[in-house]
Design a protein around this ligand. Structure first.
Ligand code: A2P
Length: 285
């Protein structure tokens, strides 16, 4: 069913509810910028905040959550394990550091930021599974309400799931008009994994797209709003980022219109026209 407000939720495979739009914070710098962005987001109704160890802003984000009038249990907080910290013991230690920076007692969702996917498959899949075992331990001990992955495609998820006791609840991948990642989305949907879209506006690179502007004009909406709404209508959970209070508020106004089937189809068929398109088998970090 199509969602009706920012706090409307999807149910994850373990019954935990995840609000249907998350607030992206990549490139919101630690300090005033990230603190003010999260404060503004919470005050206009976002209830899902997405950060990562490698964004370097967990301290300010945690502080904004702690200082907010919104009760902690009403905010869904995600962070991610960075690539240098993979492996069982290192993951356990990195998680403690993330929690120290966030100053929260529990995390709602912890993601493996990128799969290791270099070298022989047996080796990289073993490292990913060792990392996942640490996630399962932290989950079993109640520090995290749900665990998942980011930037994993089907061929990374398959070996992970073969060795897993707890199935991944979420996969966060780059998705935006012109880059649908349909194969990965279909894989996740078939395995009851909620798909989150990072860079829903192509990390800002789609904002001047004429085709999206023309569609937006029909509804009196901006390109950013069209991109966010397109995800919602596909049952994908977008993570729009902004550090500007007006744009943060604008990106929340996506429940008062509906893209027609025809416009959905037009957007579905757009060729790649901006975004990062970082392939997990090719990245060098
Ligand atoms: P800013 O933070 O200055 O608002 P994505 O979510 O795809 O990663 O895109 C983020 C980029 O898009 C950022 O550069 C952000 O800039 C910009 N942005 C976010 N929302 C809007 C909006 N409603 N209108 C214009 N630019 C936006």
């Amino acid at each position: 069913m199509v969602k009706k407000s920012l706090a409307d939720a999807y149910e994850l495979n373990n019954g935990v509810l995840i609000p249907c739009v998350g607030f992206g914070t990549w490139q919101s710098k630690n300090g005033e910028m990230a603190y003010q962005a999260v404060t503004a987001a919470l005050s206009c109704g976002y209830r899902h905040i997405d950060t990562a160890a490698c964004y370097g802003n967990e301290e300010s984000i945690g502080q904004a959550i702690v200082d907010s009038d919104v009760p902690r249990e009403e905010i869904f907080v995600t962070s991610k394990l960075w690539n240098t910290e993979r492996g069982y013991e290192k993951t356990l230690a990195a998680f403690q550091e993330t929690m120290r920076r966030l100053k929260l007692e529990y995390l709602d969702l912890y993601l493996i930021h990128w799969p290791l996917a270099r070298g022989p498959k047996e080796e990289w899949s073993r490292v990913n599974s060792d990392t996942w075992r640490a996630f399962e331990k932290l989950y079993a001990e109640g520090y995290i309400r749900a665990i998942g992955v980011s930037n994993f495609l089907g061929h990374h998820l398959e070996p992970l799931m073969e060795n897993a006791k707890v199935m991944p609840a979420v996969d966060q991948i780059e998705i935006h008009p012109g880059y649908r990642q349909q194969e990965a989305v279909d894989f996740c949907k078939a395995h009851n994994i909620v798909v989150e879209a990072w860079g829903p506006m192509g990390t800002g690179r789609l904002l001047d797209n004429e085709q999206l502007k023309a569609i937006g004009a029909k509804y009196g909406k901006s390109v950013a709003q069209i991109c966010i709404r397109w995800d919602i209508q596909h049952g994908i959970l977008p993570l729009p980022k902004s550090s500007n209070p007006e744009r943060i508020a604008q990106n929340a106004q996506v429940f008062d219109f509906e893209l027609s089937d025809e416009d959905m189809r037009v957007i579905d068929q757009m060729p790649f026209c901006g975004g990062l398109k970082m392939h997990p088998d090719k990245v060098e970090f």
